[in-house]
Design a protein around this ligand. Structure first.
Ligand code: G
Ligand code: G
Ligand code: MN
Ligand code: NA
Length: 249
């Protein structure tokens, strides 16, 4: 069967799951958030990573429903955690352009009881590439409610700085390809400069893909706000994150 057909059937069959990857405040050492990462547990295909199905879901339009499910699920889970950490949810361009996106975010917040200021929406530059007026309006409306906007995969895009100027964001997430090469002089210079940029703009900078103490050390010295990656924690089930948060109380 085609991937698209299986995907279509998977939502009513409840085959999707969310894992959550913890996010560390580098200065305090506290876990201050988590990013929801979708997985598809297909009976015929096994565990499928989003890299292999998000694009198809975007093409068929299923991503609108699927993204809506993820928003509700992630907000409900976070509302039940022992500490008021932030929940970051990835959002596709197709969702924001579908119309009614702000409404579905408001519904997810109301449904879960999670306060708006604990929700962070991760967007990539594909969100910003076209229809920028309506996208800008939607993002502005959500920020007005207190929802935070994070620019994901920062540095890999076609015009990251241009988007940063046009779209008000609360956070930059430095792509993990930069962190992987942090031991190279030029890459380290770029990362330090992005951290400085965040400081100048008054927005949080999160380093993704942090895997070693040496990387975390360098990021701490450079004044980076937050770290995410296998060193901090792998994506885990909600109950595991809950336990981790309780252990830090
Ligand atoms: O955890 P993993 O390496 O499989 O995630 C790969 C990528 O898939 C993430 O970086 C993210 O951009 C994307 N992704 C994960 N979950 C979601 C989701 O719920 N919605 C969208 N649109 N993308 C997601
Ligand atoms: O939204 P985004 O594309 O940034 O999603 C993060 C992806 O990166 C997820 O698929 C997650 O499994 C993966 N990831 C998270 N931490 C690490 C890490 O430390 N190293 C590597 N190689 N991948 C990571
Ligand atoms: Mn992300
Ligand atoms: Na990313």
């Amino acid at each position: 069967r085609a991937l698209e057909a299986d995907l279509e059937a998977a939502l009513p069959r409840r085959e999707f799951e969310l894992d959550y990857q913890p996010i560390l405040d580098i200065a305090s050492g506290d876990i201050v958030g988590a990013e929801a990462l979708m997985r598809w547990r297909s009976p015929s295909r096994g565990l499928v990573s989003p890299e292999d199905f998000i694009a198809a879901a975007e093409e068929t339009g299923l991503i609108v429903q699927l993204g809506d499910w993820a928003l509700r699920k992630a907000c409900s889970v976070a509302a039940g955690w022992p500490r008021d950490v932030r929940m970051a949810v990835n959002v596709s361009a197709a969702q924001i352009k579908s119309g009614g996106f702000a409404r579905s975010v408001i519904a997810a917040l109301a449904f879960s009881g999670m306060p708006a200021n604990r929700l962070e929406l991760e967007i990539t530059e594909t969100v910003m590439m076209d229809e920028s007026d309506s996208v800008l309006r939607t993002l502005g409306q959500l920020r007005g409610l207190g929802v935070r906007i994070a620019l994901d995969d920062f540095g890999t895009g076609y015009s990251s700085l241009g988007y940063l100027r046009r779209f008000p964001v609360d956070k930059i997430k430095i792509d993990r390809s930069f962190i992987r090469d942090l031991d190279k002089r030029d890459t380290a210079a770029i990362v330090r400069t992005v951290i400085g940029l965040g400081t100048e703009l008054g927005i949080t900078v999160t380093a993704e893909g942090v895997e070693t103490e040496a990387q975390l050390d360098m990021l701490r010295k450079a004044g980076c706000g937050e770290a995410q990656g296998f060193l901090i924690g792998v994506p885990a089930k909600a109950t595991e994150i809950s336990r981790l948060l309780r252990s830090q109380e």
